[in-house]
Design a protein around this ligand. Sequence first.
Ligand SMILES: Nc1ncnc2c1ncn2[C@@H]1O[C@H](COP(=O)(O)OP(=O)(O)O)[C@@H](O)[C@H]1O
Ligand SMILES: [Mg+2]
Length: 236
Amino acid sequence: MSTLIEIKDIYKIYRPGENEVHALDGISLTIEEGEFAAIIGHSGSGKSTLMNMIGCLDIPTEGTYRLSGRDVSHMTDNELSDIRNQQIGFIFQGFNLIANLDALANVELPLIYRGVDKRTRREAALSSLEMVGLEERIHHKPSQMSGGQQQRVAVARAIAARPPIILADEPTGNLDSHATWEILDILKELHKAGRTVIVITHDPEIARQAERVIQIKDGRIVGDDQNESEKRPEKY
Ligand SMILES: Nc1ncnc2c1ncn2[C@@H]1O[C@H](COP(=O)(O)OP(=O)(O)O)[C@@H](O)[C@H]1O
Ligand SMILES: [Mg+2]
């Protein structure tokens, strides 16, 4: 396995000068290709800021970040956007689907931005929707689906372009327990299929599903443990 994410001593300071917020306060972290890691911490601990760094949505105030061997910590917005398109599939707590597009069109959209031709796009979107068990719902709009189904569409959208990294920020935060476990099962499948999966959560039960749990507090890493076994509630 090779190193995918190599973060060295990064800081993120919001509002430099007066009322500075040190959202990330000297974080070093290495994640290998194919890992399934959870980043856990209380609200305000810096999880989303760290996800934004890992996901190339923002750059650190200080420190370096190498993704697949490339230093991305000084890239321009356009360069970062290319890296995101090639490498990262995002899943957010609020699904972030487009209301007036059906499931299929939502999943195809990022492939349009990447310039994938119509036929390949359609095939990729259909197989992703099938992977999340929504082949019967491809023409449903978000308002015609449950929260769990909407999040499965969002997962299909994240994986359609086959990015090596799946980054999920509180992916089950708006879901009931049944839908939560459906999403976690899908993330585990993706991990088994070789993707690197990183889940950000405040919930220890969710974090326990990952192989590795990285704990963050006040912008610093305060724990980094391998899980012995996957634990889950008996009923869900
Ligand atoms: N754009 C921003 N401007 C100023 N402060 C911010 C901004 N984003 C986050 N923060 C602050 O940085 C800290 C970490 O926030 P965040 O990364 O969102 O934490 P978490 O996701 O763990 O709740 C918090 O104190 C938050 O208020
Ligand atoms: Mg957050």
